[in-house]
Design a binder for this molecule. Structure first.
Ligand SMILES: C[S@@+](CC[C@H](N)C(=O)[O-])C[C@H]1O[C@@H](n2cnc3c(N)ncnc32)[C@H](O)[C@@H]1O
Length: 272
């Protein structure tokens, strides 16, 4: 089994043990996709690389793409298909996104929360571009190296152990209590006044973002972090290198946006 297949199967234990529907709110979806909005999607062909249980596609389909395809290497495609049941012009495909070449090129290719779990993140970026039409757009989101010192120091060593344990043990005996601690921390920060001194606290901005959600979402995120055997933290300079090494990108269209202080949204357009 390849390292990426092992990762995708680990994620399937997360995605296939959730209630039906999206784990994300509409606001979260829109925040992940920005600066793209409904007008960039309506009537366009769209591909999601690494779609999990189709939690983003549930929202994406509401923006009326002319065709929406989700690709994942794990058995989460089973729940993705259930979540997309009855939707027109939608397809879920089980495939390795690194090698994936669709039957067509897409107006938009997006890849949220996936590249940092690949054995070779740059190969995932290449696939995003390869599947984008000339003149089309690509959009991604990755964990940043910047702003994640606490996670790299504390959570990542724990992940290396937890990802080898039975998934149910990791979820209920490790992720659940850690999520409860972080839930208390985030809810406390959310009620405190927004004073600059607090910004030095670990994951401050991220805590304010996730504090809008209920405990079950905290547990989902904690389990997602701990169940995967592969995670990289991507410095901004690496995304700049990805951009620089592709002559087919329209370099006037690119963006790299810091999100919640600990991740990068990036994207742009392919040359016509
Ligand atoms: C953290 S989840 C993100 C899912 C979805 N994009 C979202 O934001 O809800 C990462 C997903 O990438 C998938 N994945 C990992 N490596 C892959 C690969 N080589 N090809 C296709 N999917 C892959 C995993 O199976 C998992 O569902």
């Amino acid at each position: 089994m390849s390292a990426d297949t092992h990762t995708a199967q680990a994620f399937a234990t997360s995605w296939n043990n959730l209630p039906e529907g999206s784990v994300y709110t509409r606001d979260q979806f829109e925040d992940w996709m920005a600066p793209l909005t409904r007008k960039d999607i309506e009537g366009k062909t769209v591909l999601e690389l690494g779609c999990g249980n189709a939690s983003l596609m549930v929202h994406m389909v509401e923006w009326r793409p002319s065709f929406l395809e989700g690709v994942d290497l794990g058995d989460s495609v089973l729940t993705a298909e259930k979540n997309m049941a009855g939707k027109d012009r939608v397809q879920v495909t089980k495939a390795d996104l690194v090698a994936f070449t669709g039957t067509k090129l897409y107006d938009l290719v997006y890849c949220i929360g996936v590249l940092h779990h690949l054995q070779a993140p740059s190969k995932g970026f290449e696939s995003m571009l390869r599947n984008t039409k000339p003149g089309g757009a690509f959009h991604g989101w990755v964990y940043a190296r910047e702003g994640n010192g606490f996670i790299v120091l504390v959570v990542d060593p724990l992940r290396k152990i937890a990802s080898r344990l039975p998934w149910w043990f990791t979820k209920y005996a490790i992720a659940a209590p850690l999520a409860a601690l972080f839930y208390g921390y985030a809810k406390l920060l959310a009620i405190l006044p927004r004073v600059r001194i607090l910004e030095v606290l670990p994951l401050y901005e991220y805590a304010l973002w996730i504090a809008k959600r209920e405990y079950a979402f905290f547990r989902h995120v904690a389990f997602d972090q701990l169940v995967t055997p592969q995670t990289a933290y991507i410095p901004r300079a690496m995304i700049e290198e990805w951009f620089a090494s592709h002559a087919d990108i329209d370099h006037t269209s690119t963006y790299i946006i810091r999100r919640n202080g600990n991740s990068w949204k990036f994207g742009g357009k392919k040359m016509v």
